[in-house]
Design a protein around this ligand. Structure first.
Ligand code: ADP
Ligand code: ZN
Length: 723
């Protein structure tokens, strides 16, 4: 028998081995020799014959699983993904597994179980009369042994410790056994009566719970999308089915997780970047054995296996974080659509600002379009204002007139949010004498000044150094910051509004989950009145007391070379605006710009995102850009720019007589990074299958091109950015 194994190596195709002893099923892991190494791979097929001569085949060294760790449907799904993204199957499968399983550890996890000792079993009830907690503990363990985690939920550590010290109970490790009783204990807490639009949406979903259907829930910020998710999934949970929910960023939206936890009294597993490998494996185990009803997680949570899948929800589906930006460059939303189809379950994509791809699918009838046009719970719509800052004096990037306005809101006891998309003190440091700007030589971009750290930092490669005292070019002392970042704005604002407290939220100040948590608490308790932040602040927070939001600079995005920049700016403005006035306060949004008449701004502000997006789709159609065409991007980088260029020229040569249009090779928007020159070749075709077909025929040839191993190169299907 021949075992075909997908291995985590950057090579296409699977590898054949001889079966030795027990024959593994597809989806099980095996350890096999590969060159001089031993690798853990996943069995994809068992077959009779191999294209390789049999005496060349090496035997499987060890079968690691009795039961598949990747089930049938997931296998089909990952095989599809490998073909679609032109990424080696072994790497795809390995991405889908928790790190510990990738390393070959056992998939059968053990846990501590408490049970009574012989002394404990012989205890009379009378003996425990004066110790009611101990009594309860002993009674609990009389009926059955109990898992460490479950026991600790109901009894304090002190009570458990005392019983252990008296030698009444003992804990021993045993193989994990799922407790799948949660559907019996399901409860419903705090359900809100849905408004008309919400109930139409909920009914539409309820009508198709038992099969694949894809819904776009397009609801303005604060329209109660989360409430729709909560009510939509209730019947599934009642049937014991599980729901997988993707969110862009968990640390930032603890409220969302809390709402799912509080509503049903069903166990919720949360997957985020702060978990240890052991914790990840536990969640994987609980999900695939049906112990948790709800799994909430970021991008990679899409790979969570489910014992009995009921629905997938992708919240804020437009969010850029769903796209993996290195290695296997998958898009979790797009993978979710295919997974839902294969699992035959419904999928809800929710957003106030749907991506043009998704919107197009909804408008063309491929997805069902559900709309929530009103803010729920009586919150009013936000008023938009554009402030022309041409010729105006700005303090720390903030116009004088707006400072008055901010004061007014603060005096009413409201909070104000200032949004600037640049962290650090200033984006550059310039010499006042000779004009020299300190640049990172590896990226040829200016260093960002971080005053608090007393450092210059390159935001492109992470390089950092102490702030110089003298100019490197002329030796003069007068080095001055240019431009404004969050750090400077915070300092300046504190000076302008000394009687109020400001808080800065960006990836520098909000390191670590607990820190961010504490900061959000501070804000919600009203201890801070002025919030300053980068786009972190735009993501889904609920700050009921914020009544005014200012975006300090929208100009840079208006003139970007990236055709998606307009879409992203519109999403950002709409999302940021959505942070204002979510409760009973009238919210207002201010945009500072030198281009108040810019058609994009005008359309967005006068007619809203819905209108803007439909118009933007027309433009894309006219220009044959995605979603009206499909794109794939070859990237190549090398210290020698000629090599990167040359490789892409060779790729281009392979393409000659096809109906795919080619753009490039061209330098990337960021031409140099970390000392390497970066080039791109864009493939575009109005037929998605055209590119797919060509790539699947060509990839192995491209891999063998003379320059292929002299440059770093990658292929990005459906590229989201061109930097
Ligand atoms: P979204 O996810 O669309 O931004 P949320 O689901 O967070 O909106 O809802 C915004 C606010 O409106 C929340 O405070 C929520 O409790 C409230 N809300 C939602 N639906 C209703 C409803 N039917 N009745 C009253 N309040 C509601
Ligand atoms: Zn750099």
């Amino acid at each position: 028998m021949i075992v075909e194994v997908a291995l985590p190596v950057p090579m296409r195709g699977a590898f054949d081995y001889l079966s030795a002893g027990t024959e593994p099923s597809p989806g099980c892991r095996v350890r096999v020799p590969f060159g001089t190494r031993h690798l853990v791979g996943v069995v994809v097929a068992i077959k009779d014959t191999s294209a390789q001569p049999e005496d060349k085949l090496r035997p499987v060294q060890e079968v690691l699983d009795q039961q598949p760790v990747i089930g049938d449907t997931m296998q089909t799904w990952l095989q599809w993904a490998s073909r679609y993204y032109q990424h080696p199957l072994g790497e795809v499968m390995s991405t889908a597994l928790p790190a510990r399983l990738r390393k070959g550890e056992s998939a059968i996890t053990t846990e501590l179980y408490y049970e009574l000792t012989s002394i404990g079993r012989d205890l009379e009830d009378d003996a425990l009369k004066r110790a009611p907690k101990q009594h309860a503990l002993i009674t609990r363990l009389r009926s059955a042994r109990c898992r460490d985690k479950a026991l600790k939920q109901d009894f304090s550590a002190a009570v458990i410790k005392a019983a252990r010290e008296k030698n009444w109970i003992d804990a021993t490790p045993a193989p994990y056994q799922a407790d799948t009783s949660w559907p019996e204990h399901l409860q419903l807490k705090g359900e809100l009566p849905p408004n008309l639009e919400q109930s139409l949406a909920i009914t539409a979903v309820h009508n198709q719970l038992d099969r694949f259907a894809c819904f776009l829930l397009e609801g303005v910020t604060g329209s109660g999308k989360t409430e729709v998710y909560l009510q939509a999934i209730l019947p599934l949970l009642q049937q014991g089915k599980q729901v997988l929910i993707l969110v862009p960023e968990i640390g930032l939206t603890p409220q969302t997780v809390a709402r799912f936890e509080q509503r049903f009294a069903a166990p919720v597993a949360v997957l985020h970047s702060g978990l240890t490998d052991k914790e990840r494996l536990d969640v994987w185990q609980q999900a695939r054995q049906g112990e948790v009803g709800i799994v909430i997680g970021t991008r990679s949570a899409i790979f969570t296996p489910l014992a009995s899948p009921g629905m997938i929800i992708v919240d804020e589906e437009h969010d850029g974080s769903y796209k993996q930006q290195d290695g296997w460059r998958y898009h979790a939303r797009d993978l979710a659509v295919v997974r839902a189809r294969l699992e035959n379950v419904p999928l809800i994509l929710g957003s106030a600002t749907p991506s043009l791809e998704t919107l197009n699918n909804a408008l063309s009838g491929k997805y069902q379009h559900l709309s929530l046009r009103q803010r729920a719970g009586g919150a009013k719509a936000v008023q938009h204002q554009v402030l022309d800052i041409k010729g105006q004096t700005l303090d720390y990037g903030l116009a004088k007139g707006l400072q008055q306005r901010i004061r007014l809101h603060l005096q009413l006891g409201h909070q104000v949010m200032l949004f600037i998309n640049r962290r650090g003190f200033a984006p550059a440091l310039i010499c006042h004498q000779c004009g020299h700007v300190e640049e990172c030589h590896r990226c040829e971009r200016s260093y960002t000044l971080h005053r608090q750290l007393n450092k210059l930092q390159c935001h492109h490669c992470g390089d950092a150094k102490k702030v110089p005292v003298r100019c490197a070019a002329c030796g003069h002392h007068q080095l001055q910051p240019v431009g404004v970042g969050t750090e400077q704005l915070e300092q300046g604002i504190q000076g302008l509004f000394p009687e109020y407290d400001a808080m800065r939220i960006d990836s520098d100040s909000a390191r670590g989950k607990q820190k961010l948590h504490d900061m959000l608490d501070e804000i919600n308790q009203g201890n801070r009145q002025i919030l300053i932040g980068t786009q972190i602040l735009a993501k889904g927070h609920h700050f009921p007391n914020v009544s005014m939001v200012v975006i300090l600079d929208v100009d840079s995005a208006l003139f970007s070379a990236d055709y998606r920049a307009a879409e992203h700016l519109a999403q950002l403005i709409t999302q940021v605006a959505g942070r204002a006035g979510r409760a009973q306060v009238q919210g207002e949004l201010w945009l500072q710009t030198h281009n108040p008449g810019h058609p994009l701004l005008q359309d967005l502000l006068n007619n809203g995102y819905q209108h803007f997006a439909r118009l933007a789709l027309k433009e894309r159609q006219f220009a044959s850009l995605p979603p009206y065409s499909s794109q794939a991007l070859f990237r190549a980088e090398a210290v020698d720019s000629g090599l990167a260029y040359g490789f892409l020229e060779q790729v281009k040569d392979c393409l000659r007589p096809t109906d795919i249009s080619l753009i490039g090779p061209l330098p990337a928007l960021m031409e140099k990074r970390q000392g390497r020159y970066r080039m791109q070749l864009l493939l575009q075709s109005e037929q998605r299958t055209g590119i797919q077909k060509w790539l699947s025929n060509m990839m192995s040839r491209i891999e063998k091109l003379p320059l292929a191993n002299k440059v770093r190169w990658s292929l990005d299907m459906d590229p989201m950015d061109f930097t």
